[in-house]
Design a protein around this ligand. Structure first.
Ligand code: GLC
Length: 660
């Protein structure tokens, strides 16, 4: 018997399926979209075909006629293309000509909750001058789609993908905001929660009402037999708030898979109808003007017995198929992976597999974020250097999203191997970090809170950057020196985020060193989840002080503005280039070189020490820089300090160096 699933055979089938399909729909597409648009779509379809076919065949091929499935999915795509508004088609044209549009050094991200930043979506439009002043060109608004009422995991329990949370506005407001952003050359990113829906979503309601087709949208088990087997290898995401991974549902008369909270039901991607429904959802959002979809919890899409049910090959294949198909209708759309996984698993979400398979265009660099905090607490860059050096290069068409803080807790993803390789015990170091950032460690400047503490004493951390950097404690103590140190730490962390390669993301409020929300627990829907500590309401009175020299807000804001301006002047900082970590003779210092095809070399040197430090100046030559010039440095430092054959840095100082 011929094995019809060998790669060669698959390609042959893909080819003939494409030929059949083009024969079937070619004329219809040209009539439906017009000659020019139709021709463009057909070309994109041919271009994307193998990626879509191969991925879907590997996932569904065993039990499904993939050619028929694709014919149906392509209908969805053609309809979405026909409905795409002219202004977005114009953006598509630009981005087809300039596919690296999101990789530019001018890309500066900002992330916020619409209500906490500006009251509503319409309110954000009124704050665009503020974002423009800051240099923002990429706005990530935290979940905006209609969530379930009551507890909803900060909006990550979506009850309707076609509607906006009524507290924030309407779909028309979202479209209007997208238009306002585009007119200013800014891109809009929103979350697509595709691993699960709220149990109130229509699909779940239909399942609960006994509709078998919709029951198959979820992973439902009649008894505990299989769930118990799965649980043997499944971790718990929120052990305090939501223990276990399955929830009993009386209506379903069974156990439904709930990785996160009991009200978030995991979707069954083994069912192609779920893939189709999510494809429609993505295309609908793209047609509303969304430029970037943040694929929430993407590692969890596929479950496999005996594993932790994360990062399974099928999860990647599904995203590859989504990408290929969405791009046919909306070529300007970009995917961002939210994959908070071990470093060796991370670059695959950017398509770096055995060979490049287009997947996400952007991915959060969680590892860098964790290691920055680790270095700051330890006053030592060794572990950071080690882990950054181990991170594989990203495909040139993609990029990282680099960040200091986000709306989630910080999990101490410090592997035992990495820690061991620099002489630390992984466990002890993780305990040290949570002790340090919760302010328990003697001498700690941080004022964070422990999140999801385990019985054996490990914990994640909640808290704003200003709290974790020591600014909050310094303000409370009225200590000007401690305050200056805190601001230097904030600037240092952001300096790495702005120059490591990728899109830097400012978490709302960090630009004015905003502290945590001390009343986070007053809302009963938040009381069990101290991540609300670092999701404060924007303090516009404080923001107004950014123009008052000497104020904390002014100092933080100026630090960020300096980074924005310096970054924009450096071609080497665009995404897609290479970041190479360089060894130095000082363990307290991190040094890395950036290079982009079109740029000369760029070197960043950053010190995590609370005292003055220096490194051997041979580092400059090692970075390929012959006539060095400081292009930016920490506040008050005044550029590259070279003396006695060494590069000097003040406490928490950094310098960016390029060829003169
Ligand atoms: C992501 C979000 C997090 C949420 C989870 C479940 O990790 O960032 O806030 O709890 O997904 O949707």
């Amino acid at each position: 018997m011929v094995d019809t699933r060998t790669p060669r055979e698959r390609l042959r089938r893909a080819d003939s399926a494409l030929e059949d399909l083009l024969g079937l729909i070619g004329e219809r597409v040209r009539t439906r979209l017009g000659e020019l648009e139709g021709e463009g779509l057909l070309a994109r379809l041919e271009h994307a075909w193998v990626d879509a076919y191969e991925a879907l065949d590997l996932v569904y091929g065993a039990g499904t006629d993939v050619a028929a499935l694709l014919r149906d999915l392509v209908d969805v795509v053609v309809e979405a293309a026909a409905a795409r508004p002219p202004s977005l088609r114009a953006l598509d044209r630009r981005r087809e000509v300039d596919p690296g549009w999101f990789q530019r050094s001018r890309m500066i991200g900002y992330a916020c909750y619409a209500d906490r930043f500006a009251g509503s979506l319409a309110g954000i439009s009124d704050r665009l001058d503020y974002l423009a002043e800051l240099g923002v060109t990429y706005l990530h608004i935290m979940p905006v789609l209609a969530p379930r009422a009551g507890e909803n995991d900060g909006g990550y329990a979506v009850a309707d993908y076609r509607a906006v949370d009524p507290r924030l506005g309407t779909m028309a407001d979202l479209q209007a905001l997208a238009g306002d952003l585009h007119r200013r050359g800014m891109a809009l990113c929103i979350d697509l929660v595709l691993n699960h829906t709220a149990r109130e979503h229509e699909w779940a309601a239909r399942a609960a009402a006994g509709d078998a087709a919709y029951r198959d949208f979820y992973l439902v088990f009649p008894d505990r037999a299989l769930p118990d087997l799965y649980e043997r290898t499944l971790p718990e995401i929120f052990p305090d708030m939501a223990p276990g991974n399955f929830t009993h549902s009386a209506e379903l008369d069974g156990w439904v898979w709930t990785t996160f909270h009991e009200f978030q039901w995991d979707l069954n991607y083994g069912n192609p109808a779920v893939f189709r429904a999510m494809l429609e959802t993505m295309l609908d959002l793209a047609n509303r003007g969304v430029d970037v979809l943040r694929l929430d919890a993407v590692p969890f899409l596929w479950k496999r017995m005996g594993t932790d049910c994360q990062n399974q090959p099928e999860a990647h294949l599904l995203v590859q198929a989504f990408r290929a198909l969405t791009r046919v209708a909306a070529p300007g759309l970009v995917f961002k992976a939210e994959a908070i996984v071990a470093p060796e698993m991370l670059v695959q979400y950017l398509g770096a597999h055995d060979r490049y398979r287009p997947e996400c265009d952007l991915a959060y660099n969680n590892q860098l974020m964790v290691m920055l905090w680790s270095a700051l607490a330890a006053r030592d860059g060794t572990l950071l250097t080690r882990s950054a050096a181990r991170l594989r290069a990203v495909p040139p068409t993609t990029g990282w999203v680099t960040y200091v803080r986000c709306h989630d807790d910080i999990g101490w993803a410090v592997s035992d191997t990495d820690a061991g390789s620099v002489g630390l015990g992984g466990f002890a170091h993780r305990i040290f970090l949570s002790q340090f950032y919760s302010g328990r460690f003697p001498g700690s400047f941080a004022r964070g809170a422990l999140f999801q503490e385990t019985p054996w004493g490990e914990a994640r951390i909640s808290g704003m950057t200003a709290s974790l950097c020591g600014i909050e404690a310094a303000l409370a103590d009225g200590d000007p020196d401690a305050l200056a140190s805190g601001i230097r730490r904030l600037e240092l962390l952001y300096s790495v985020v702005f120059s490591f390669g990728g899109i830097p993301l400012i978490w709302m409020g960090d630009e004015i060193a905003l502290g945590g929300d001390q009343h986070w627990a007053d809302d009963p829907a938040h009381a069990a989840d101290n991540r609300w500590l670092h999701r404060p309401v924007m303090d516009w009175a404080a923001a107004a002080r950014r123009t008052e020299p000497g104020s904390v807000e002014h100092r933080a804001f100026q630090a960020i503005l300096g980074l924005v301006a310096a970054r924009r002047s450096q071609l080497a900082l665009r995404a897609g280039g290479e970041t190479t970590v360089l060894p130095t003779d000082n363990p307290r210092v991190l040094a890395y070189r950036r290079r982009h095809q079109r740029s000369g070399p760029f070197l960043a040197v950053a010190s995590f020490s609370d005292t003055a430090e220096s490194v051997d100046a041979s580092l400059l030559a090692a970075a390929g820089i012959g006539r060095p010039t400081g292009v930016h440095s920490s506040a008050g430092m005044g550029g590259l300090l070279l003396a006695g054959g060494r590069v000097h840095l003040p406490p928490w100082g950094y310098v960016w160096v390029a060829e003169e």
